[in-house]
Design a binder for this molecule. Structure first.
Ligand code: KIV
Length: 290
């Protein structure tokens, strides 16, 4: 898949030109799992900005505007302070920057837990103001009624179970889940409940591998793993983690690049040229017409 560009003459920047292709849909994502098997695994990455979405879109099936943007973009200590306004602004930017992937926007903490009606108010705002294809929310059995309420009213829901970062205070940290029999039984029950309630897919985060494998085999909806198992129907990572933007990342992250090193080296090169006055050179300088 290629991206072509149009020159914005006002800013001299290139904007991607939408390709003559249809954006993937939620039903198309769900249909990738046939009789319990996803031959072509689903690729999902987080995206928070239009330019990031442009670059990731050709390689992904789904772009997730995760509430992880709280830590990644805003330097917050957790996802808890993230607001609906933030999710709407970044969700709209990612939809503007993509034309192929299904865009899913996280519902932030406090915007959906109180009641199915509260969840509908928040989710419908996300859908109307961003143009996203669906929302993601954290929780299993406890959120089943809300998931059914939203899906019956035309809002596709991706569920998120296992290690649910918005519940960090109740869980006591970000350690992997499912090491005790009680935790295992809860996560399995959560997965079955969200599928039964109508979620179109479920993110399984930070669980011991056999639970992710068992859920992937048991559920007819796609499972998307993060710190779960290669046997899941798809995978997701926080893009900045995957690019090597941070010095420390969770064990389940594989760094495919060293973007932090690249930014640092590039900024150092710029700083050096500013200080020795070799930038800007004649090439970057305007002169009066002769
Ligand atoms: O907020 C997020 O980025 C997420 C993914 C890590 C699944 O929920």
């Amino acid at each position: 898949m290629s991206t072509t560009f149009q020159l914005d003459t006002a800013t001299s920047r290139a904007n991607p030109t939408p390709q003559p292709m249809k954006r993937l849909t939620v039903p198309a994502i769900q249909r990738r799992k046939v009789e319990g098997v996803t031959a072509d695994p689903l690729v999902m990455l987080t995206a928070y900005t239009a330019r990031q979405a442009q670059l990731l879109d050709p390689h992904c099936d789904l772009l997730l505007v995760g509430d992880s943007l709280g830590q990644v973009i805003y330097g917050l200590p957790s996802t808890l302070p993230v607001t609906l306004d933030m999710m709407v602004a970044h969700g709209a930017a990612v939809v503007r920057g993509s034309y192929h992937s299904v865009v899913i926007v996280d519902m932030p903490f406090g915007s959906y837990e109180a009641s199915p009606q509260a969840a509908f108010t928040s989710a419908s705002r996300i859908m109307a103001e961003t143009g996203a294809a669906g929302v993601k929310l954290e929780g299993g059995v406890a959120m089943a009624e809300t998931i059914a309420f939203l899906t019956q009213r035309g809002i596709p829901v991706m569920a998120h179970i296992g290690l649910t970062p918005q519940a960090v205070n109740a869980l006591g940290g970000y350690a992997a889940r499912g090491r005790s029999e009680a935790e295992e039984a809860k996560i399995i029950a959560d997965g079955k409940a969200v599928a039964q309630a109508g979620a179109f897919a479920v993110v399984i985060e930070g669980v011991v591998e056999p639970i992710a494998v068992a859920l992937t085999q048991a559920l007819s909806i796609p499972t998307i793993g993060i710190g779960a198992s290669a046997q899941c129907d798809g995978q997701v990572l926080v893009t900045e983690d995957m690019l090597g933007m941070f010095e420390r990342t969770p064990r389940f992250v594989k760094r495919y690049g060293d973007i932090a090193g690249m930014i640092s080296a590039t900024a150092a090169a710029y700083a050096g040229e500013v200080r020795d006055r070799s930038f800007p050179s004649a090439e970057q300088t305007y002169q009066p017409k002769a």
